[in-house]
Design a protein around this ligand. Structure first.
Ligand SMILES: Cc1cc2nc3c(=O)[nH]c(=O)nc-3n(C[C@H](O)[C@H](O)[C@H](O)COP(=O)(O)OP(=O)(O)OC[C@H]3O[C@@H](n4cnc5c(N)ncnc54)[C@H](O)[C@@H]3O)c2cc1C
Length: 397
């Protein structure tokens, strides 16, 4: 895709700013907080994220009237590419910035937008996503957590699970059943709930990597304001699906630069260890490179399809986002597997106690989750089958 002179200038400004800023007290943050490393340097990454915000590098795609930069889709992708190229640390505010913010812009009241968007943009308030429950994952419409009105407040009871970053979040967007006896998507509401209150217990779940990025969250009479429902009371399903469409949105289009860097590092390692001379591993490394090119071609084609569709907004082409999720999640898993093969037997031993994993081991273990979160691969294939290929709908309960 041909970039305009304006976009090239934008790229240069982003690159220079990152080079200048990821120095001094932030220099050590390069590459931190990635898959399986979410616990790493949280306070420092928060400070960095606020530094980004102060310089106007958060919420690039939000419209200017909501405090965003109103950046074009191409510029947002450029930003994510340059961010990955510079080894920028994983941003601690991404759930607010990429999921809740766009949802409030699309579905929130002016009061909700005024109350929450500035704090998301400045990274003053962190958010988590309270969708999944022990009995509701892929089948999200099975949500059983309830909320009922008691005077001027909603009272929430139930359990969420796999709630990423709940342990550091100030707020949670919760999908709850507000109409007793309702079924499936009907009768659900989308509530904004403060996390720091006696009715909420957060219990970390330790993952394969040894770290605890996600949590169980128990609601025992937790409370939130009557006005903190996004969309209609009972109309939360539509809002929840809107959030999911943003989840598979623009940030993923720019991530291939990071993947390219990882693959480059692995090829260098394979040369160093002699693994690159082995025909089967050479073949796999070449396939990884081809997979990266296929992803890039798909991302460019999605971009060329036009802003609304590619941005993953409610009007987006869901199949294109699903195809990209299928491609990158499997690609990254295979890269992790390949890294273990390239390193050979030593890859099975931790560097030290307790459970001190290196980057490749973390990638190998954490990427098992890539084909589960944000909609599992099976669910993505169902979307592609039904919406892109027009195959018969899967039988539903
Ligand atoms: C690292 C990580 C972070 C997460 N963060 C969050 C978070 O912050 N907030 C949140 O709410 N949730 C989060 N999740 C939960 C995630 O959304 C769910 O794990 C996911 O939706 C799958 O649900 P489940 O785990 O209940 O599996 P299930 O839905 O029980 O699925 C089990 C298996 O059956 C398959 N399957 C299910 N239904 C179908 C079908 N109709 N057709 C074909 N196959 C099917 C699935 O693909 C899967 O392989 C996170 C998960 C992970 C791994």
């Amino acid at each position: 895709m041909q970039l305009s002179a304006e976009d090239e200038d934008f790229r240069r400004r982003v690159r220079e700013w990152l080079e200048r800023s990821l120095t001094g007290r932030f220099a050590a943050l390069r590459g931190t907080g990635g898959p399986g490393r979410e616990e790493e340097a949280h306070a420092e990454r928060l400070a960095w994220n606020r530094h980004l915000a102060a310089a106007g590098w958060t919420c690039l795609g939000w419209p200017a009237e909501h405090g965003g930069r109103g950046a074009t889709l191409a510029q947002q992708v450029i930003f994510y590419e340059e961010y990955a190229r510079a080894g920028g640390p994983t941003r601690v505010g991404y759930l607010g910035e990429e999921l809740l913010g766009p949802t409030l812009i699309a579905f929130g009241t002016p009061e909700q937008q005024r109350r929450f968007l500035p704090a998301i943009k400045a990274v003053d308030e962190l958010w988590c996503q309270g969708y999944s429950e022990p009995g509701a994952g892929s089948d999200l419409a099975a949500v059983a957590t309830t909320a009922e009105l008691d005077g001027g407040q909603w009272v929430i009871n139930g359990q969420k699970v796999w709630t990423s970053l709940a342990h550091v979040a100030d707020w949670c967007f919760v999908l709850a059943r507000t109409e007793p006896g309702s079924r499936r998507g009907a009768g659900l509401s989308y509530l904004l709930v403060p996390m720091r209150q006696p009715g909420i217990t957060v219990r970390p779940i330790r993952q394969l990597t040894g770290t605890a990025e996600f949590n169980e969250v128990f609601f025992d009479g937790a409370r939130t304001g009557r006005d903190l429902v996004v969309g209609e009371v009972g109309g939360g399903w539509r809002v929840a699906l809107g959030t999911l469409s943003f989840e598979r949105g623009v940030a993923t289009l720019g991530q291939q630069i990071g993947f390219e860097r990882d693959l480059g590092r692995l090829i260098a390692l394979a040369r160093q260890t002699g693994a690159a001379a082995e025909p089967v591993l050479r073949d796999k490394l070449a396939r990884a490179w081809i997979g990266l090119e296929a992803m890039r071609a798909h991302a460019l084609r999605t971009l060329a399809a036009g802003p609304g569709r590619a941005a993953g907004g409610p009007e987006a082409a869901p199949a294109a986002a699903s195809v990209l999720k299928l491609l990158w999640s499997r690609w990254r898993q295979e890269l992790g597997e390949l890294a273990m093969e390239v390193r050979g037997a030593p890859s099975m031993v931790a560097r030290g106690e307790p459970y001190d994993l290196d980057d490749w081991q973390r990638l190998f273990l954490f990427s098992r989750a890539d084909t589960i979160y944000g909609g599992s691969s099976e669910i993505q294939r169902n979307i592609v089958a039904e919406r892109a290929l027009g195959l018969p709908r899967q039988a539903r309960p």
